[in-house]
Design a protein around this ligand. Sequence first.
Ligand code: UT7
Length: 331
Amino acid sequence: MTDGFNCGILGTGSFVPPNIITNEDLEKMVDTSDEWIVSRTGIKERRVVDKNVATSDIAAIAAQRAIKDAGIDAKDLDLIIVATVTPDMSFPSTACLLQDRLGAVNAAAFDLEAACSGFLYGIITAKQFIITGTYKNILVIGAECLSKIINWKDRNTCVLFGDGAGAAVLGRVEEGYGILSNCLGADGAGGQFLSLKAGGSRLPASVETVEQGLHYVSMKGNEVFKFAVKIMASAAEEAVNKAGLTADDIDYLVPHQANIRIIDAARKRLKLDENKVYVNLDRYGNMSSASIPVALDEAVHSGKIKKGHNIVMVGFGGGLTWGSCLMKWGK
Ligand code: UT7
């Protein structure tokens, strides 16, 4: 905190595409069952974009909603950060495409990649510019078209993911509100457990990479699961401790929406009631960097998060990466 103000969220917005793929639809595509998917993950359905829709298209809608909610104009933005593993293309960045699309002519723009932890990496990066007084209004977006990088014939992954976009405008809030503490972390040694191998400089896209399916997400689900169960609770606890609070002080938890068993394990370790945890993975599956901001937007606009609440956002993802953030909600 500095000079009588802190960094907080001024507005949120989200968008999920209308097309729904249910577990019953997946039963017709791969050897799976609604029973398996629901009991192992909690997911019942997910959204997918049309063929001609890209990440910047859904990000733009979420962004416009967040800008409106914050009561500012796109021209008031100083910086746009887009967290995504599904950029429209390698470059220009999706943030630059959006800067043009939104008419945010005064904003710098860059993409940030921390997989499912991307939104948290984004807001904690944005916080640094705000509290130092460098920038006033920063748009942070988590947006993904994961349906474009999933092998729809691989039952290990295709049942888990969905498309969507969530956005937040960060700016100055009254002292005592906003981001009170945060933590970020990475364990690159675990990067092999969740990756997309081809299409970069190590393994440029070729007929062979496509034939071998290396342009799709590959995952060792149970390795990621073990990591996630540990890190969700410990990252949340770290943010709570750094703020000088205890888990009893948490009014609302907004976790990354990957698997209900992972969320429940964290909730139990933090000794939180179920009604203090926002869950929408049954409707959307895992939207990677979009999961937390979509959940946040829904929780705020359905009145679950109120002014003065201590909320903890916590997530983990490919990299491996993790992050958490404790905010006193100031709107
Ligand atoms: O945001 C980060 C992204 N990733 C994650 O969050 C993933 C974290 N991991 C998980 O959520 C869980 O590990 C999964 C849901 C992916 C898998 O659940 P699990 O309880 O860890 O199952 P498993 O990987 O140990 O697999 C159990 C069995 C296997 O069969 P065998 O080898 O025991 O015969 C799989 O082949 O379940 C099989 N299986 C399926 N069966 C029906 C895997 N996917 C499916 C499926 N339908 N969709």
